[in-house]
Design a protein around this ligand. Sequence first.
Ligand code: TYM
Length: 344
Amino acid sequence: MAEQDTETGKDKESKPAVTRIYSGIQPTGEIHIGNYLGALSNWVRLIPQYDCIYCVVDYHAITIEYDPAEMPHAILDTALMGMACGLDPEKCTLFVQSDVPETTELAWVFNTVTSMGALERMTQFKDKSSQHQQNINAGLFTYPVLQAADVLGPKANGVPVGDDQSQHLELTREIARRFNHQYGDTFPEARTLYSPAPRIMGLDGQHKMSKSRGNDISMKDEPDAIRKKLSTAFTDPDRKRRTDPGNPDVCNIFSLHNSFSPEDQIEMINTECRSAGIGCVDCKKMLAENMIAEIEPIQSRYHDLVVHPDEARDALKSGASRIKSMVIETLDEVRSRLGLRTTV
Ligand code: TYM
């Protein structure tokens, strides 16, 4: 099926076709089902269609407080979970951001075509700086500039993400436009490819699922932990008693059914909930079993991969070497456009 241009709603045919896509995930905390549905499972789905580049973005992760002793485990673990979800390094390029430090040179250049005003408007900067008031560092502020360099270093022209990244990618396009305008046509305006599940809400039903809010289900949670977490998750807030009819349109549990359950069960719940034929307890139990059935094979692949970490490390190194040559080529072109050379 053709990719929808969810970014502009315009006829996709009028723009150059997406050929190479890039996306990244931070090695901060365990991967949760929001990351899985909003990113990893979508990344896997796109592998047959594009030249896919996926990155564990460790340079981004150091913009908030972290434990350097834990970081190597977190980086490898994120890559292993990605592989367990289906990011096969034979079929896509998987690498660690800091293994291609040339990207940070491109970020420096991009700093000079990025306006302070644009960075000040970034809602993620505002959110993160209110969450980390003791550590509002310049890296947190210029975070989206490095993100633009990630995407544009290998000249990717599509970026699959959840909807929390839309503002960062608008800025990536703005940086490309400004650079091209000032120095000549060099970079594509990468299109945002929203995931089919662009915003998975947390178990509180109020906020986006995220580890930092503690409203998540981890991809590593045991079946009983999943059952327990779902049993206390929020549903339709107006459904107070079992006999009240519910409204699946406003129920977070129902939206998770859309990602994990078979079509006929979703239809049955949709009808029976509205007539109080089914209660929240049973609805959650069904979801738990469907979620466990999808996650368990991933967990078992993860456990197989963990015992051979050197294979994963080798795959990451060879991914980095491919991207490194692309970024070096881009930087040669960039330095030349900027006049950073002694030959005239
Ligand atoms: P990060 O690590 O926060 O999240 C990784 C991906 O997971 C998606 N995601 C979600 N999707 C749906 N529902 C949720 N609850 C949810 N939580 C997370 C995010 O949208 C993202 O796609 N800045 C990026 C990392 C990055 C990047 C890049 C992305 C660095 N360079 C270049 C794209 C291109 C971030 O913090 O992702």
